[in-house]
Design a protein around this ligand. Sequence first.
Ligand code: CS2
Length: 488
Amino acid sequence: MAARGRAVTRLSRGTLPEVRHDRVQLPPPPALAQQVGILHLGIGAFHRAHQAVFTEDAALASDQEGWGICGVTQRSAAVVDQLRPQDCLYAVLERGVGDPSVRVVGQVSDVLFAAEEGPRLTARFADPAVRLVTLTVTEKGYRRGSDGGLDLTDPVVAADLAGGARSTVGQLVRGLQARRAASAGPVSVLSCDNLTGNGEVLRRLVMDFCRALPSAEGDAIGSWVEQHVAFPSSMVDRIVPATTDADRADAATLLGVVDQALVVAEPFRQWVVEDAFAAGRPAWERAGADLVDDVEPFEQLKLRMLNGTHSLLAYLGALRGYETIAEAVSDAELASAAQRLMREDVAPTLEQPPGLDVTAYGETVLERFANPALRHRTTQVAMDGSQKLPLRLLTTVRDRLAAGATPEWASLAVAAWMAYVAAGRDRHGRQLPLDDPLADRLRSAVGTGSDPVAVATGLLGVREVFGDDLRDSAVFRDALVRHLKELL
Ligand code: CS2
């Protein structure tokens, strides 16, 4: 491959000597991560920039072998093509204030494409050395119905119940069945997605799947899961925008070699994990993670303050024609809306997490959003609104309504999502992508998209998003219509 007129080698174990040792943090020797102890479902950019980094730092700090990661990609073989030729090495390009920095991570030691390598996946589940299954499959990957349980009407789930293993929960249960058959021992399943009570949620989905199997089969695996599988909760935080060609070019200059599996991230990272594992865990506390008894206050704080505000800025920002979150938050009106959402709507609903100041947390969030070097696109955060809003904004709306208050700013955020769906264009007439598993339903719910009352009523009728309670709340509807009149 040629770049800037010179031959450029691709990153791999064999080419590590060509990496610029003076300015790049190199991975530990391969022995540290050779033995796979973690099976990770959903090896996208987020996992590589977050849990893999914590795990490598923990292994290094405690000189602990046996927690190498086997990454599973669910939907596309592209990740395998990026990682396999590089011996699963990749770099994390950190963009903060000042010059970017780069490190090469070696904690991932295997990667597989679930759709084409089913037997290898099963073998990993059945391997006693694997003691932890971690997940980043995004909100929609859980395939929950409107009651929060597994959506048994989902065709992929139905196919999995008939013997397949394509959905995340189907894959998990089929894998756990193989583990049981192999007597491979207890295991922990750790969700690292932005869901409230993600451990409990996942346990419920797994049990729902077991119960929907033919009864003898379902009983057998269901009671095995109850006895042998732990589902700790965790709160994950690091802003990881989609990698661009410009990022890859910058990283190549810093590294001296080309990395096709590069990920980009902000310097900040946080991981709060419920310390309730069935078969051990890496010494993540040695890498700066917080191992606690109860994750819930941290999850609420993060989802409502950070993710809720992120969505507000994404929809309002995209409508105003801003390409990035940093541009959106540099607009004084939007920054003020973000602040007021956190202060006036979210903060009163929060339980104070131990050792954390909610106001200071909010300020840090806005500083992180203002990082111009990240170039996190508004339309990326705007994706999958139907899946994200209930968790990050509608929880706040419900709590405020129950307290007899009008959630003005949370309603503005929801109205901005509605306007984004209904208008489909920013104020310069440029098209806004509607990337959402419910896209067709949402489009038909908004009608012509220009009448605020019709837009609010149509979208409030999407039960998976709003339930019956919010559809029927006059206070919420009035607030939405008021904001939509401005926005549309
Ligand atoms: C963002 C999150 O895309 C989104 O919905 O709000 O991915 C956010 O960047 C992370 O949760 C930060 O930890």
